[in-house]
Design a protein around this ligand. Structure first.
Ligand SMILES: Cc1ncc(COP(=O)(O)O)c(C=O)c1O
Length: 382
């Protein structure tokens, strides 16, 4: 299928054999007529498999450099499905700075099923080694993290996972396959909230797991069919349309991200900027080795802390104050009250997620306009 950019436009999307339709049709259907008892055409019921969903699953596997993809109704249901590889009594070592919905699922739901979780700064491989115990079965890495943009060295994690026979899972939602392909670094499973950059236009909620391991794929398919958290054919189709431009969009997110991060890091009212592309990022060298771009996600703090952060968020005009990230529009978010509100305050502060932190998902508008908007909002900070 050619090189990476060609795959992003064309992988898995063949013209429809019946009509020649250039994009895959929406098979909006629940069930399929059998030719005779025991003989179907590969599909029997859409919870188990659907032709539109199958194209998306094959597509995502192809661009992630994997063999198998399994799609879900949301990023969270993909996360939940991955955790269903475990049994009661198992232990998970997890990046401390994960998306708030993930720690909520782990601590407030899955912990009730006798799974236990240890959160560590996975930027430090020694801390991960120290956290592994005899019940540990899975290593959960998010890189770059939401919202502090922390980075984990994926090769170092692969070594720990191999030595301790752990499932090695990487949530690569922020990076996308354009900038990082964790399977190449030894991950067993890659997780995506396809809600974000992959679909790219704030048009749906979706999730996916990608693997090279047939044993894991078989379990994932079984879990998908048994639990039934599947995306609708229409959402799969919308994802397929959105994702065709992923490579060009990510290039632009990255260019704009660099400009906005430079602007913020030089602004007198900004005290701290977290962006993997800044030389001040503690793992900047690892990022340069591991990723082919830095992306459009930036977090920052203001000298005036919480009131100043609120002033900026309430005064932006072009940037949209909204949950979520990864769309073409620039969005500004207050993690403490929005995306990470479910994380108890002490736990948030312990991991460095302050009440005054502002997260930016830099879109693909003109960078000058995004910067001008932030500048006028920053001017309102007394
Ligand atoms: C890194 C990351 N993983 C997973 C999720 C969950 O995805 P969804 O909102 O599609 O359920 C999110 C949502 O923000 C996220 O940021």
């Amino acid at each position: 299928m050619g090189k990476f950019n060609t795959k992003v436009v064309r992988a898995a999307m063949k013209p429809d054999p019946t009509t020649g339709a250039i994009i895959p049709p929406i098979y909006q259907v629940a069930t399929y007529v059998l030719e005779e008892v025991g003989k179907d055409k590969g599909f029997d019921y859409s919870r188990a498999a659907n032709p539109t969903r199958r194209v998306l699953e094959e597509y995502l596997a192809a661009i992630e450099g994997g063999k198998y993809g399994v799609c879900f109704a949301s990023g969270m249901s993909a996360v939940d499905a991955a955790l269903k590889l475990l049994k009661a009594g198992d232990h998970v070592v997890c990046t401390d700075d994960v998306y708030g919905g993930i720690s909520r699922l782990f601590n407030q739901i899955l912990a009730n099923y006798n799974l236990s979780f240890t959160y560590v700064d996975t930027a430090d491989p020694q801390k991960v080694k120290d956290a592994v115990r005899k019940e540990t079965r899975l290593l959960w890495i998010e890189t770059p993290t939401n919202p502090l943009l922390k980075i984990t060295d994926l090769e170092a994690m692969a070594e720990i996972a191999r030595t301790n026979k752990l499932y090695y899972v990487v949530d690569s939602t922020f990076a996308t396959p354009v900038f990082l392909r964790p399977l190449e670094y030894g991950a067993d499973i890659v997780v995506h909230s396809t809600t974000k950059y992959i679909s790219g236009h704030n048009q749906l909620i979706g999730g996916a797991l990608i693997t090279n391991r047939k044993d894991i794929f078989d379990q994932m398919k079984f879990i998908q069919k048994s639990i039934g958290a599947v995306p609708s054919p229409f959402d799969c189709w919308l994802t397929l349309l959105g994702v065709k431009t992923l490579a060009v969009r990510m290039k632009r997110h990255d260019e704009n991200g660099r400009c906005v991060a430079d602007f913020l890091s030089q602004h007198p009212k900004v005290s701290r900027v977290m962006y993997p592309g800044l030389p001040s990022h503690p793992l900047h060298e690892t990022v340069k080795r591991q990723m082919s771009g830095f992306g459009g996600m930036i977090s920052f703090e203001l000298k005036g802390r919480i009131p100043a952060a609120k002033t900026v968020m309430n005064n932006v005009k072009l940037c949209l104050l909204a949950e979520s990230l990864g769309s073409v529009e620039t969005m500004i978010t207050h993690p403490a009250t929005m995306t990470h509100a479910s994380v108890p305050r002490e736990a948030r502060l312990a991991r460095g997620l302050t009440d005054g932190l502002v997260r930016l998902s830099v879109g693909i508008e003109d960078a000058d306009d995004i910067i001008a908007d932030l500048a006028q909002a920053l001017e309102k900070v007394s």
